[in-house]
Design a protein around this ligand. Structure first.
Ligand code: AMP
Length: 360
């Protein structure tokens, strides 16, 4: 265990980002006796309203980063688009940051991510790097069509990606994506999308949750069902994948790993999110220790908690004005309601979620 850990209750945890993930992390931290300071450029952010203090500044504001480093015993983040320079700056100021910067670099670039996964012995779809119109055509010839071109950076919720139907279209698709560096991926012939949420502590201990099965609509997560019906072999594969990734990254904290379940029973990794994950919200009501508490335990150097499912959970995101049904939802005995306190319900915006419980 590194010097200064485990953190005692009363210590202060810094969170980069002020969205709902930061809010739920802050609530979990408070339950364990920690204080939370948020750094976010957003006024009145969901996490700010449950934290001790918020520094409202951009992530590259040197003064704000120095103040955060000064106030906090450990710093974590709730989204993976944190500029690498911000983490470097915090480290240079002597603040421990978890998960580490190598992880951020891997998670911010789809080519680095898949290269890392393969090197860690985790299978992915075949892929090729694209940086100009020639390499776009060459990649399509190599990978075949149809194939999926995605921007290497900044993509989320299905944005920044387009299918290439013919080799001759590849250069045009590259240009339509803005001519920025891209990856071309072979199609994953999946029968379902799954994810595994896992944690690694400062002592190297692992905690791995049961698989969730995920359903997207319009690129946005609609619902997750967990524990996903899965043969023991599939659960074993997911555990091996999580263990390889976490150990290889010398990771501290919770990670979300998105997986494709193929018809032949194999799992391919699609993406890693170095943070708590929407497909892990079911653990709040389904497990002894939820992903948010688990992350706080990990970064604080505490022992990790049990991950067994106590009940079956269907997690449904409340998008846009769906959260307006709070009174009806609150009246359902099997439904646990989680609202993020966002002031404005824009279409597709994640306003909250429900966990619907049923016996295992
Ligand atoms: P991503 O931005 O990588 O999380 O991808 C968003 C969604 O696009 C995934 O949840 C899948 O439904 C789909 N997708 C991503 N990559 C592939 C692929 N290589 N083949 C088929 N579908 C994919």
């Amino acid at each position: 265990m590194e010097l200064g850990f485990p953190l005692a209750p009363g210590a202060t945890i810094g969170i980069l980002g002020g969205g709902q993930l930061g809010r739920m992390l802050a609530l979990a931290a408070a339950r364990l006796g920690f204080d939370v300071v948020i750094l976010t450029p957003e006024l009145d952010a969901p996490a700010s309203r449950v934290a001790r203090e918020t520094l409202i500044a951009s992530f590259d504001d040197a003064d704000a980063l120095a103040r955060l480093a000064d106030l906090c015993d450990v710093i974590t983040y709730e989204f993976e688009k944190v500029p690498a320079a911000a983490v470097e700056r915090l480290k240079a100021l002597g603040a421990p940051v978890a998960p580490n910067d190598e992880t951020l670099a891997v998670a911010q670039d789809r080519v680095a991510e898949k290269t890392f996964l393969n090197a860690a012995g985790v299978a992915t779809v075949a892929f090729a790097e694209v940086h100009d119109t020639q390499s776009a055509a060459a990649a399509a010839a190599l990978i075949g069509v149809p194939s999926l071109m995605k921007t290497r950076r900044e993509g989320y919720d299905g944005k920044g990606q387009k299918w290439v139907e013919h080799v001759a279209d590849a250069a045009g698709v590259f240009e339509a994506l803005g001519g920025v560096p891209c990856i071309l991926e072979a199609p994953a012939d999946f029968v379902r999308e799954l994810s595994v949420i896992a944690a690694r502590g400062r002592d190297g201990g692992l905690a791995i949750y049961p698989l969730a099965e995920n359903h997207h609509e319009g690129g946005i997560l609609r619902r997750s069902v967990a524990p996903a019906p899965a043969a023991p072999d599939l659960a074993g594969q997911a555990e091996r994948i999580a263990a390889q990734i976490l150990t290889r990254l010398d990771y501290v904290g919770v990670i979300g790993i998105e997986l494709f379940g193929l018809a032949d029973g194999r799992l391919l990794a699609n993406e890693i999110a170095p943070r708590v994950h929407n497909t892990g919200h079911w653990t709040q009501d389904g497990c002894e220790v939820c992903q948010f508490e688990q992350h706080i335990r990990a970064v604080a150097g505490w022992p990790l908690g049990p991950t067994d499912a106590r009940v079956h959970v269907e997690m449904i995101n409340l998008l846009g004005d769906e959260a307006g049904a709070w009174l009806k939802l609150a009246a359902e005995p099997e439904t646990r309601l989680h609202l993020y306190g966002k002031r404005e319900a824009k279409p597709g915006r994640k306003m909250g979620h429900v966990n619907r419980l049923s016996p295992l």
